[in-house]
Design a protein around this ligand. Structure first.
Ligand code: AHG
Ligand code: MN
Ligand code: MN
Length: 361
């Protein structure tokens, strides 16, 4: 069989680096390390119930989020750490599965980047053989960290999403894919199992600006804020409602898989701020879920928002901060933002609602 002409991840990264003649190649090396960890995680995920898990791990442990981390959450976390810590390109790491930042051990050199990740997103789907993925974000470490080589602190990671140098995810589905942005559009690679290589199969991913498909966990509807209720009601009203068209709905409960669907064919995803638990303003985490997916979506021409402001402009206040998330097709996300900013504007003017502030939040 002739060798495929599709470029490998390494070739793509070399091409991107040529745009910056002064670049050292460290970012490329780091992304390649992450991709190797993802290949190892893909293999582990694919074993399913065949995996030999130490007895003591089987029950899982409660992580900093107060959620039970499954053995594969912990294994994936370790794989990302072990594959990335030795290279000399990292100043530190942070992850959903670790309460505090991870310090690069003394036997390794320290570098200029911070790696932040959700080692396994959608892990409630593991038992039912539905797609899960790993999400990662690469930030530059603050200059004094680079200069001094000191230990990293939580504050070093509290950078807005707009500061990300690269971000992406690996999706462990029927095929394993790696979707990546280094700030120059979004590309997708498919793992060629026979070569063990990621091949560039999606050279220019773009999110369509309009959509008729939305994703939200409707079991939370009684906790939604009025702008979200209104948006979903209007979608459900379909052709005879104010939107004048029918909508389709999807919910995988694996945000990374929903993001991938939206990158492939458009759509809008909402996990909005709600009133379910006053201690949790939203379900998803800013630094390793919302920001990296937001960066990818925006680089593909979509939009990512809290509902009230652009996600990538939010100044984080804590490593494990939760936040309301709305992303996907640009015109749809902008509409949802409008509903938040101006809750009384209606598609077909209804004087009663326009005058009174029934929809104000
Ligand atoms: P994680 O598995 O990393 O904890 O994240 C799961 C997240 C996200 O992937 C998904 O969209 C959401 O939780 C599912 O929430 P519901 O259980 O409310 O459907
Ligand atoms: Mn997650
Ligand atoms: Mn996770």
């Amino acid at each position: 069989m002739p060798l495929s002409k599709k470029r490998t991840l390494t070739q793509y990264l070399i091409e991107q680096r040529r745009r910056f003649p002064q670049a050292s190649g460290e970012l490329n090396a780091l992304v390649l390390d992450v991709s190797i960890a993802c290949k190892a995680i893909a293999r582990q995920v694919a074993l399913g119930s065949l995996a030999e898990v130490p007895e003591s791990w089987a029950a899982g442990e409660v992580n900093v989020q107060g959620e039970v981390a499954k053995p594969l959450d912990i294994i994936s976390n370790l794989m990302l750490i072990k594959q990335s810590e030795w290279s000399g390109h990292l100043a530190g790491m942070a992850s959903e599965e670790m309460a505090a930042p991870y310090q690069i051990p003394a036997e390794h050199q320290r570098g200029k980047y911070l790696l932040v990740f959700d080692p396994l997103d959608g892990s409630s789907n593991l038992d039912v053989n539905v797609s899960v993925g790993s999400i990662f974000s690469i930030l530059r470490a603050p200059q004094d960290v680079i200069d001094s080589g000191r230990d990293v602190t939580e504050a070093d990671f509290l950078q807005p999403g707009a500061a990300q140098v690269a971000a992406g995810y690996a999706l462990y589905g029927p095929t394993t894919m790696l979707v990546l942005t280094v700030g120059n559009g979004v590309v997708g690679f498919t793992l060629d199992q026979s070569l063990g290589e990621f091949k560039l199969t999606h050279p220019d991913i773009r999110v369509p600006e309009d959509t008729q498909e939305f994703a939200i966990n409707t079991s939370n509807s009684r906790f939604w804020e009025p702008p979200v209720k209104r948006y979903v009601d209007e979608c459900l009203a379909g052709r005879s409602g104010p939107r004048g068209k029918d909508f389709n709905m999807r919910w995988i409960a694996s945000m990374v898989a929903e993001a991938h669907r939206i990158l492939m064919r458009g759509g809008v995803f909402l996990y909005p701020r709600d009133t379910k638990d006053p201690a949790k303003p939203g379900r998803l985490r800013l630094l390793y879920e919302a920001n990296p997916i937001g960066y990818v979506i925006e680089q593909a021409g979509g939009r990512c928002s809290t509902g009230r402001q652009p996600m990538l402009g939010v100044k984080p206040s804590a490593l494990h901060q939760r936040i309301g998330v709305v992303f996907g097709s640009k015109n749809e996300v902008e509409r949802i933002e409008r509903y938040h900013h101006d809750p009384v504007t209606r598609e077909a003017p209804a004087p009663l609602f326009a005058e009174r502030s029934l929809f104000r939040d």
